[in-house]
Design a protein around this ligand. Sequence first.
Ligand SMILES: CC(=O)SCCNC(=O)CCNC(=O)[C@H](O)C(C)(C)COP(=O)(O)OP(=O)(O)OC[C@H]1O[C@@H](n2cnc3c(N)ncnc32)[C@H](O)[C@@H]1OP(=O)(O)O
Length: 405
Amino acid sequence: MQIRPATGQDLDVFVDTLHAAFGLFPETPVDGGGLWWSALETDRCLLASTADGRPVGTAATYSFELTLPGGAVVPAGGLTAVGVLPTHRRQGVLSALMRQHLADLRARGESVAVLLSSEAPIYGRFGYGPATYTSKLTLTRGKAALAVPRARGEAPAPETGSVEVVRRDGCGDLLEEVYDRYRRTQPGALSRPHRWWELRAGQPPLSPAPRYIAVHRDADGAPDGYASYAVEAGTLTVDEIIATDDAVFTALVRYVLGHDLVSEVVLRHVPADHPLRWQLADFRAAEVSGVTDWLWVRLLDVSGALTARGWSVDGELVLDVDDPFLGEQGRYLLTVRDGKADCAPTDRAPDLSLDIRDLGSLYLGGTAPSTLVRAGHVTAHRPGAAALADALFRTERAPHCLHWF
Ligand SMILES: CC(=O)SCCNC(=O)CCNC(=O)[C@H](O)C(C)(C)COP(=O)(O)OP(=O)(O)OC[C@H]1O[C@@H](n2cnc3c(N)ncnc32)[C@H](O)[C@@H]1OP(=O)(O)O
């Protein structure tokens, strides 16, 4: 078997091989991912072939940026389009593709790798762990009134913004601009490269599927949020609400809840810790379902990655990190002062021992170290070590990613 980078001439073969691996036909419905393959970066596609040149496996990488806790934005190679023909499975084709993929990322200096996993058991062995989570909220419209805010102290700011409804095709660059502003403030969010918007590649509102867009504007008329939605058989389904602050999110929820001839509003992709349920007059008017992992993270440079993110409390922690797939092992002293970390090799006794996949799960603050200690994945070597790690890794808001790739 050989692994080689694809060329522009290989694109049809690449896409055909991938579709055969999934048992799909190339006419992917627009709602299922739009013209996803048109956004592939050919120079970051890998083809695995048999000795006689027959293609049997594929993998591709997107050049994303990932927002970290603290607001830093770093390059992150997004693995996608992984497929091995049913006739060649469980013979090590994916393992060979992964070795090449991770080596390519390191050669480019990317210290964080990400993916969305079709099946949860596949990628842990390659060092990836689930790092962000998402859920679906179903609101029974008749019960789901928003309550009057009841915080003491300052009166809530009066709503000065406005909402305008446009069709997706009439939005121009507005969605791209608003999304880009939002993703820079949301840990766990990925960039959506300009090509994706240009080519209408991805799930709605990127895809050509028809959608209405409720655009929120601030008091000066500048767009600061949107909701992409469609109504069918009395259910209004929101693909995504992108809001540059919580008040804009609430205003867009108020808009969709006010839609006539709708009995149910479904919000796809709501972060696990979202305050919306607390804003309803009836806490049970929102049913949470489909809670699932979304973005998986793999670190390729432990020190580089840990020093890139921001931290909210001071402290010191010694981490013993094992990376079985790459055959690496390291012990690091993480020292956090004033929001920044220093991370250096050490021979001090470890506080926690963990696999690189677990560090990927902790990295964005979406998984508590104590949860993985209790699950038996991470070893805490002294009392209080897990609580200290919880305090260090915790972020003010859960990381969240709603980009599909
Ligand atoms: C980021 C993305 O693109 S996600 C999309 C992934 N693709 C798909 O789901 C399409 C359908 N599935 C496939 O094409 C293939 O089954 C793949 C790509 C998941 C796996 O490819 P293979 O070449 O069979 O994997 P490979 O032989 O390298 O397996 C390595 C190890 O992972 C295990 N493994 C591979 N796939 C799975 C799976 N779906 N579930 C559980 N274990 C798995 C193998 O058993 C093997 O374990 P071992 O080392 O203990 O023997």
